[in-house]
Design a protein around this ligand. Structure first.
Ligand code: DX5
Ligand code: ZN
Length: 223
């Protein structure tokens, strides 16, 4: 287990798009460590969401890092656009890019941190040789494409195995968990070894304010 603090990345997928600017400012004020932007192309996953112009629009409103999760086919086509728009971390799906090393290398060359995302049933062995080229691994704990889905409990073991793999490697790689993270599931996710918690519906919902929701999640996300 690394000693890095647990960080929380609200996913704006569940934000009120009519008030997106206000909502990202609210998230930063509430103590969000970064913002998670779910980019969907209608091909890798069915919905279509944001492009680089949305990232460019929110960039001047917040100082925290913007973590762009590309759920698009051939993400290498868009790396430059997203980094120029202000992305600090760019994460591509392993299943969506043919030459992972080239893609990760290109992200770092552009000056951003390079991440890879794995779907729930994609084996960890697929990224064993990629560890030297990674700054972040995003483990999807739901099938990508939608906010508000249920956390898949079988993924807890995978988080723990990835934690061991990262620690043994000696590389400094963030372990991000994405999907179904809320005040009920966060403790187990953190105990398994996550360092970054992505949360969309748990942060942006009508039940309470962004601040209350974030505080509640942070209180649950203790080692
Ligand atoms: C799913 C996305 C997630 C999503 C998580 O495709 O990658 O980032 O916003 O939403 P919640 O936290 O509601 O499960
Ligand atoms: Zn995501």
């Amino acid at each position: 287990m690394d000693g890095a603090p647990i960080t929380i990345a609200p996913s704006i997928l569940s934000a009120d798009f009519a008030r997106l600017g206000e909502q990202v400012v609210e998230a930063q004020l509430a103590g969000a460590d970064s913002l998670h932007v779910d980019v969907m192309d209608g091909r890798y996953v069915p919905p279509i969401t944001f492009g680089p112009i949305a990232v460019a629009a929110i960039r001047p409103l917040v100082a925290i890092p913007i973590d762009v999760h590309l759920m698009v086919v051939e993400p290498e086509r868009f790396l430059k656009d997203f980094v120029e728009a202000g992305a600090n971390i760019v994460t591509v799906h392993l299943e969506a890019t043919t030459h992972l090393h080239r893609t990760l290398d290109a992200i770092r060359e552009l000056g951003a941190k390079a991440g890879v995302a794995l779907n729930p049933t994609t084996p960890l062995s697929a990224i064993e040789e990629a560890l030297p080229f990674l700054d972040l691994v995003n483990l999807l704990t739901v099938d990508p494409g939608y906010g508000g889905q249920r956390f898949i409990p079988a993924c807890l073991r995978k988080i723990a195995r990835l934690r061991a793999m990262i620690d043994e490697s000696g590389f400094s790689i963030l372990l991000e968990v994405d999907g179904g993270v809320n005040a009920e599931t966060a403790r187990a996710v953190v105990a398994a070894g996550a360092s970054v918690l992505v949360a969309g519906s748990a942060i942006f919902n009508a039940k309470a304010s962004v601040q209350e929701n974030l505080q509640r999640l942070r209180a649950a996300a203790v080692r």
